[in-house]
Design a protein around this ligand. Structure first.
Ligand code: ADP
Ligand code: MG
Length: 462
């Protein structure tokens, strides 16, 4: 007797779903990417119970016709490619035509969709690959997909979902990736009716700050390199902002998030010598490359890719990042808060001047530069820096050479202060054996000795 038979669509889809939908976050990724491919400019993500009860994505993209909504749930059904050459010219996030079929195999799904040219939209309900109903509905242009009770019909998988915080963390990771890859799209994320993120359309720098918080504002160095083979743009964190934990590292190839230990190595090499061991720099880097030079069809989740000339990408990337952190190190900035690289000194404020045009014009550099009564702010800043630097050097020598005065003053007064007697041009006082206060042209400087000494050594050996 023959024993081979074809599997039913339902089982085939469930097997395929195993590759595409591992957890709620995978469905979030696929549905957000579909919305991006549909040219949405606003995407709303509504999550309940970390996606275990509900994942809903509402977009204002181009919508689907009545038949296309039905077709979209077939396996290998896609509007994005049609022939094999198309595989090497992919500009869309999706192309395999398996996400909706997979999701519908393991959940209860409602889709509402309408194109701009149609008066009425269509509402389709499908459960475990079985279409339940499809009917006309009045709805806005775009698509809304609700995925309810993921893995309701595959208890073994549902049982293996992790706790709500863990599953939500995975969802946030996917959300961050898509949001960072597409600052030209507005995103809104609700979890259990709480509005977690509201990200307006913005430049990438603002999107990074909107996602990770305003601490990042001072920490970004722009990175840009254009070559005929590949272009790189984005931001890297300044070296002093590097963290001990991995996590905030993002590569995008043509706006698709990818994981690449090889390219990560290129960035690490660019930072070599500027950050301590086992610290990881922040980066959000988009690599634009003609799709014919990459193969993204290696893995169903499309987070691994192959370049035809991997080494070229490596070295262009390394040099772009090196330049980004180099330029930032050399360019004197008005904002000294962020311009000094060393630990404690990052909190160091330059002395305030008497009110100047700077204050009147507001603190933005562009206003600052436009203001007429403050002709060359950059020069002024450099001047201040020079004063500070000279102060640091004298202060450091002072600390090394004058142990006696130091001891004396400690004995004489209750607090640890001392005056450097023979250093005429600098009037310095040491406080608590840790800080040096000194008078400069424009006011008073308080110097953290250890950080200052590190800075001097750094300048010397760089
Ligand atoms: P793929 O994205 O690989 O084509 P999917 O299963 O994710 O496969 O989607 C199937 C098709 O359904 C897409 O090719 C697209 O035409 C349509 N589609 C899916 N989501 C949307 C959406 N949000 N807006 C418009 N069309 C969509
Ligand atoms: Mg898709």
């Amino acid at each position: 007797m023959d024993i081979i038979h074809l599997l039913s669509d339902t089982i085939a889809n469930q097997i395929a779903a195993g590759e595409v939908v591992q957890r709620p976050a995978s469905a979030v990724k696929e549905l957000m990417e579909n919305a991006i491919d549909a040219d949405a400019t606003e995407i709303q993500l509504i999550i309940k119970d970390s996606g275990k009860t509900l994942i809903q994505i509402i977009d204002n993209g181009k919508g689907m016709s009545v038949t296309d909504v039905r077709m979209s749930f077939e396996r290998h059904a896609t509007s994005k490619i049609s022939k094999s050459e198309d595989l090497f010219a992919i500009r869309t996030m999706g192309f395999r035509g398996e996400a909706l079929a997979s999701i519908a195999a393991v959940a209860q799904v409602d889709v509402k969709s309408k194109r701009a040219e149609d008066e009425l939209g269509t509402l389709l309900s499908i459960e475990g690959s079985e279409v339940k109903t499809q009917e006309p509905v009045s709805t806005a242009t775009g698509t809304s997909i609700s995925v309810k009770n993921l893995f309701y019909n595959v208890p073994a998988r549902r049982k293996f979902l992790k706790s709500n915080p863990v599953e939500m963390k995975h969802i946030l990771d996917e959300f961050h990736r898509v949001a960072l890859a597409h600052p030209e799209v507005a995103f809104d994320l609700f979890h259990n009716d709480i509005d977690l993120y509201k990200l307006p359309i913005a430049k990438l720098s603002k999107r990074i700050v909107d996602v990770f918080g305003k601490n990042y504002r001072q920490q970004l160095a722009g990175c840009e390199e254009i070559t005929p083979y590949v272009s790189i743009n984005g931001f890297v964190g300044k070296p002093e902002a590097a963290k001990k934990t991995r996590g905030d590292q993002y590569f995008f190839i043509n706006h698709r998030f990818i994981k690449s230990p090889y390219l990560h190595h290129a960035v690490t090499m660019a930072f070599e010598g500027t950050i301590p061991d086992r610290h990881y720099p922040f980066y959000v880097l988009n690599i634009e490359i003609d799709p014919s030079h990459v193969d993204i069809n290696i893995h169903p989740q499309k987070t691994e890719i192959k370049f035809d000339d991997e080494k070229a990408v490596y070295s262009i990337l390394r040099s772009a990042v090196r330049q980004a952190i180099g330029v930032y190190n050399l360019t004197p900035s008005i904002d000294f808060d962020s311009d000094i690289n060393f630990g404690n000194l990052t909190n160091f404020k330059m002395p305030e001047k008497a009110p100047t045009a700077f204050d009147r014009a507001g603190s933005s550099v562009s206003n600052f530069e436009k203001s007429s009564s403050f002709q060359n702010p950059r020069k002024e800043a450099q001047q201040d820096w020079k004063t500070l630097y000279e102060g640091l050097e004298s202060a450091a020598n002072f600390q090394k050479t004058d142990e006696n005065v130091h001891m004396g003053s400690k004995a004489n007064s209750g607090i640890d202060t001392q005056v450097k007697p023979d250093l005429e041009e600098v009037d310095a006082v040491q406080i608590h054996l840790k800080y040096i206060a000194l008078q400069v042209k424009s006011g008073m400087l308080l110097i953290d000795e250890k950080a200052a000494w590190e800075r001097i050594l750094f300048e010397k050996y760089e």
